[in-house]
Design a protein around this ligand. Structure first.
Ligand code: ADP
Length: 744
């Protein structure tokens, strides 16, 4: 066993081939090898397996270069333990100076080697710790701080590579330390004022200081740094070390927190909503002025109450549920409504939202709520509901179209069209195109713009496109509803369907116009026969008229007077019919007799115009219950017209017969015919007026004929293939059949 504090030296020598030729007996004691075994290359067996190759290589190199060498290796001791040893040797030469081998010593080196290894390990550990540290560490190895290096964090803080010198007092101006600038409250710091430099210079620790760092790249950040000198136990100064923390983020967060707290404070003091904070028991901890005022309590009184004390019993269960199911698990509640009891006992509605309050460790310690007194709102809502109901009732009860427009009429909000115009349930911007004819839009819009400008009643009668696709008329009125500041909130309007009235107006105007023209025509028609009569009278007054001339003149005057009488009679008849004053003097008549009389009355005009008249009568009598005078008047009228509207020499035919229960008379000519579009209108009073093919006459003959036919329970119609193609008038009257005459 070797002692713990062993130390030994073994001397040896080799030949020029490196073979051991002499070794101290001490070798045997240490390694347990016999001297014989150690000679030559035997000693290598005592070297640690891992070191052996290296030892051989060193020895070979030394042999070749013939120089002294030193090898540190592990030797196996007799007890099997390894021990560090150092072999040192120098070359031997003979008297000629020839290399003849090495002579050397192997020394126990164990304690020293172990210490060195531990030191290396300590250094590595320290480096690892420094690089892993989340704070910037900088280290100056000399008392002058001319060379400062940093750990990984510091390198990234200063945006540099590991090897760079960050000393602010480096003699090399290119070093990054010379280019970084430091500021404290806006004032630039000198090198001497930096913590590391101060700690080294003053040989004492420097407490954390905060300053702004401006990097060459332009980036700025806020550093907090402290430093300490490194002093050996014997008082020698080795250098210093500094710790630098980037506090930019922390500063920002602090600032944000401070601001948010300040904002909350301000809100708390000035908010019109009540703000209240309670602990988990519901005890009130904080209550802002609005909350105190809302409830009529001083804060001192509130402090002794819980929020449940302020809430009517009926709400407790619901609210406990909200706390358990919303606030505590999710951190906040949706807005909900309940009631509070004031100090004076009155109960009022509130709406509130609640959040949890947490301590620094994130534990829920209470709740905070924003509370709003909604008495006014509740009242207003009730009033609104009522007025809304009234409005709906009004809309439902009204028979008119009801509509609402936005302030500038760009949007129709709602319209109930009453089956007159199409409903608009969704707000719509295309109402103008939908309801108003394109040609009317400019006028309608002009009236609307004026109403908007003056914020006063809009009123207009205008055309609208109806649900059925037709064009109707409406009388529309809308009033602006103003808000508190006098601005238009919306328009409320009603519109009535005045289509029927408009049409009646139109008709009235039309008939008025016709009447006027008729009067003019009448005057003209009356004047025409008067001229020959007056002429005749003048001639007679002058005397000296022969008998033939006199007879002719009397005939002319007689015809004109007859014409006048007929005109006046027709007019009288029309007015009688219109007033319902005409009376039929009915008798049983034979249709053929009536036709005979009518034809006789028209012979004159027809022969004057050289018409060829054909009369076709039934073989059997066709009996009618009719006013014979009126019936002849009807037929005369038709024959007269045929004569009037057929060229000289034309053909006219009148035919009669029975057709079932009816008697039918047809008057046909091959005259000027009737335009298709006029066929319906020729029976209207004064139809002549609109006729492009006026032929004299007043346009009352056919109207009168139709009235008289209808008074007899019959009907009359006109047929024509068009202008120049003749016309046919068909009169159908009820006839007296065998049975009905028996019955009568
Ligand atoms: P008037 O003959 O005095 O104008 P009526 O009431 O008898 O008035 O006739 C109305 C219109 O009907 C006439 O103006 C004429 O244009 C048209 N009309 C009547 N009968 C005929 C016919 N046989 N052929 C062509 N047009 C006719």
């Amino acid at each position: 066993m070797l002692p713990a504090d062993e130390f030994w030296i073994v001397n040896w020598s080799t030949n020029c081939d490196g073979m051991c030729d002499r070794i101290d007996a001490e070798w045997s004691r240490i390694t347990g090898q016999t001297i014989d075994a150690a000679l030559g290359k035997g000693w290598l067996a005592a070297i640690h397996d891992d070191d052996r190759e290296q030892v051989k290589a060193e020895l070979n190199r030394a042999r070749q270069s013939i120089r002294p060498f030193k090898i540190i290796t592990r030797l196996r001791r007799a007890d099997g333990q390894f021990r560090w040893a150092m072999a040192v040797a120098s070359p031997k030469r003979d008297y000629r100076g020839e290399f003849i081998g090495f002579t050397g010593s192997t020394i126990d080196f164990h304690e020293r080697a172990r210490a060195e290894q531990e030191l290396a390990e300590t250094r590595q550990r320290l480096e690892a710790i420094m690089n892993a540290a989340p704070v910037g560490l900088s280290y100056s190895s000399g008392p002058d701080c001319a060379h400062v290096t940093g750990n990984r964090t510091l390198c990234s803080q200063f945006e540099i590579d590991a090897a760079e010198n960050i000393s602010a007092s480096s003699p090399n101006p290119a070093d990054v330390g010379r280019r970084v600038r430091f500021f404290e409250l806006g004032r630039e710091l000198t090198d001497a004022e930096l913590p590391l430099q101060r700690a080294v210079r003053e040989r004492r620790e420097v407490a954390p200081v905060e300053f702004d760092v401006h990097l060459p790249s332009g980036r700025r950040w806020i550093a907090e740094a402290s430093a300490a000198p490194i002093v050996a136990p014997d008082g020698r100064l080795f250098g210093g070390v500094a710790v630098t923390i980037d506090v930019t983020q922390r500063k920002k967060e602090n600032e944000a927190l401070r601001k948010s707290e300040e904002r909350y404070r301000r809100l708390f003091e000035t908010s019109r909503d009540g703000i209240v904070a309670v602990n988990l028991d519901g005890q009130i901890l904080e209550a802002n002025p609005a909350y105190q005022e809302m409830l009529g309590y001083e804060f001192e009184e509130l402090k002794r109450l819980t929020y449940r004390d302020l809430t009517p019993q009926i709400w407790h269960e619901m609210e406990a549920k909200i706390v358990q199911e919303q606030i505590l698990p999710f951190g906040e509640s949706a807005e909900y409504e309940k009631e509070y009891i004031r100090k004076d006992g009155t109960v009022f509605p509130i709406s509130l939202r609640t959040w949890t309050v947490m301590d620094e460790d994130g534990r829920i310690v209470g709740m905070r709520a924003f509370v709003r007194d909604i008495s006014e709102r509740a009242k207003a809502e009730a009033a609104l509901r009522e007025s809304e109901e009234r409005f709906r009732a009004l809309v439902a009860a009204s028979s008119d179209v009801v509509y609402r427009m936005n302030p500038d009429w760009t949007e129709m909000r709602h319209l109930v069209g009453r089956d007159f115009i199409e409903d608009t349930e969704e707000a719509s911007e295309s109402w103008l195109e939908k309801y108003i004819l394109p040609e009317d839009q400019p006028h309608v819009m002009a009236v609307i713009r004026e109403a908007i400008r003056t914020k006063s009643l809009f009123e207009l009668e205008h055309r609208v496109l109806r649900v059925d696709g037709e064009v109707g008329w409406t009388h529309s009125r809308a009033i602006p509803i103003l808000d508190d500041s006098g601005e238009i909130k919306e328009w409320f309007g009603m519109a009535s369907d005045i289509t029927a009235r408009k049409q009646a107006d139109e008709k009235l105007r039309d008939s008025d116009r016709r009447k006027e023209e008729f009067l003019a025509m009448l005057a003209h028609e009356l004047r025409n026969p008067l001229a020959p009569i007056k002429n005749g009278l003048d001639v007679m007054r002058a005397g000296d008229v022969d008998a033939t001339k006199m007879t002719r003149m009397r005939e002319i005057m007689g015809r004109q007077v007859d014409h006048l009488i007929r005109l006046v009679d027709d007019l009288l008849d029309i007015s009688r019919i219109n007033q319902g004053r005409i009376e039929l003097r009915k008798a049983s008549v034979d249709l053929s007799d009536m036709i005979h009389d009518a034809v006789a009355a028209c012979r004159g005009i027809m022969s004057a115009r050289d018409h060829k008249l054909t009369v076709l009568l039934p073989s059997d009598p066709v009996l009618l219950e009719a006013d014979p005078i009126r019936l002849v008047q009807i037929l005369t009228n038709l024959l007269n017209n045929a004569a009037k509207y057929t060229e000289v020499g034309g053909n006219i035919e009148i035919s009669a017969g029975a057709d079932g229960d009816c008697a039918v008379v047809r008057v046909r000519d091959n005259g000027i015919g009737i335009q298709p579009e006029m066929i319906q209108r020729i029976f209207e009073l004064f139809a002549q007026v609109d006729c492009k093919f006026r032929h004299g006459g007043l346009g009352i003959g056919l109207a009168l004929a139709r009235n008289l036919v209808e008074l007899h329970g019959g009907r009359i119609e006109a047929l024509s293939d068009g202008v120049g193609r003749g016309a046919e008038f068909v009169v159908t009257l009820p006839r007296t059949t065998a049975q009905s005459s028996t019955a009568a």
